[in-house]
Design a protein around this ligand. Structure first.
Ligand code: SAM
Length: 310
């Protein structure tokens, strides 16, 4: 179908795992293998139409290489050795934007299979504490393998419902950063979308609407819970959904309930914004950013009295 094709036509993104190697070493390795290095991209248009053996550095994210849609690294040595992570560009945004410093205490609330966890660990230089939770034991076991391969050592995995994690627990008293990437409809994942259905149209629409309402309520609870950790300064919220119910509406409800937090204006040069009035947030899509559909918001605690001063 057309939708399936849209996914196949996206550039392939490769995140260099700085816990194991450097951008320069990966570029050299690939050049020696016959890939042609094109330097840094200047605009989004440079990311599409790359020839089969060409690659380029992304313009928004550091340590991110871009290849043609025909490139597949699943059998490549660099992937098997954990030197590179195969991760869509949009899904690299949350950890990059949260940017926890080395030594900090961080929660990845819904973490499996752990691509964002390993990205956080890389940004922290494996220094500090990275608490990762997930409800699904099977996904967590995949995650352990992935983190081992990626050389992550600063994490502590728990098969636990994030909503039941006690914000006042002694372990979390120094947590200043939370990444929240909860279950969502996945409507932004173009290769997973399938237009065909046996159901009558109106019945399917009603079911879809109630599914979105349930997801939206769950996402709001998770986000509100994240905002209750006593020392938390920044919470990044992301979904791979294109539905406003799971994105701007969740953000709006949480802002209203938590007047001590505000949105951080993210990447001013990013080409696609959250729907008005939430333009501080980012959206991503196959057409405007050449990625899967995605949404990111970042909440920041207002420092005491700053409301009065500003
Ligand atoms: N952040 C992950 C990554 O980048 O690899 C992807 C996370 S996926 C979108 C959402 C995850 O949330 C699923 O693995 C699901 O099992 C988990 N989950 C759902 N409800 C949860 C809850 N109440 N507490 C913790 N994890 C939950």
């Amino acid at each position: 179908t057309n939708v399936r094709n849209a996914g196949d036509q996206l550039p392939r993104y490769v995140r260099v795992n700085t816990l194991k190697t450097t951008l320069e070493d990966v570029i050299d390795y690939l050049k020696r293998e016959g890939f042609s290095y094109q330097g840094h991209a200047n605009g989004i248009q440079d990311l599409s139409g790359l020839s089969k053996n060409a690659f380029i550095c992304d313009l928004h994210l550091p340590n991110l290489l871009v290849f043609s849609e025909k490139t597949d690294f699943h059998d490549h040595y660099l992937y098997k050795a954990g030197h590179i992570i195969l991760q869509d560009k949009a899904s690299c945004l949350p950890a990059f934007l949260l940017n926890p410093p080395a030594g900090s205490h961080v929660i990845d609330a819904c973490a499996a299979p752990g691509n964002k966890t390993s990205h956080l660990a890389a940004l922290m230089g494996n220094k500090g504490k990275l608490f990762a939770f997930d409800l699904d034991a099977k996904r967590l076991s995949t995650m352990s393998t992935l983190l081992l391969r990626a050389g992550v050592t600063c994490h502590r995995l728990a098969n636990q419902d994030f909503l039941k994690v006690d914000p006042l627990g002694a372990d979390y008293k120094d947590v200043k950063y939370i990444l929240l990437d909860p279950s969502c409809s996945g409507s932004g994942m173009v290769c997973l979308r399938d237009g065909s259905s046996e159901q009558p149209e109106d019945q399917a629409q009603t079911q879809e609407a109630s599914r979105l309402q349930a997801l939206s309520a769950f996402q709001q609870r998770c986000l509100s819970h994240a905002l209750t950790f006593p020392q938390v300064q920044r919470v990044v919220y992301s979904t791979c959904s294109i539905h406003t119910e799971e994105n701007e509406q969740v953000v709006a409800a949480c802002l209203q309930q938590n007047p001590n937090f505000r949105l951080v204006r993210l990447l001013p040069h990013w080409p696609e914004r959250g729907l008005s009035p939430h333009t501080h947030c980012l959206r991503a899509s196959t057409t405007k950013t050449l990625t899967h559909g995605f949404f990111v918001a970042m909440f920041e605690r207002q420092s005491n009295g700053s409301q009065a001063i500003l």
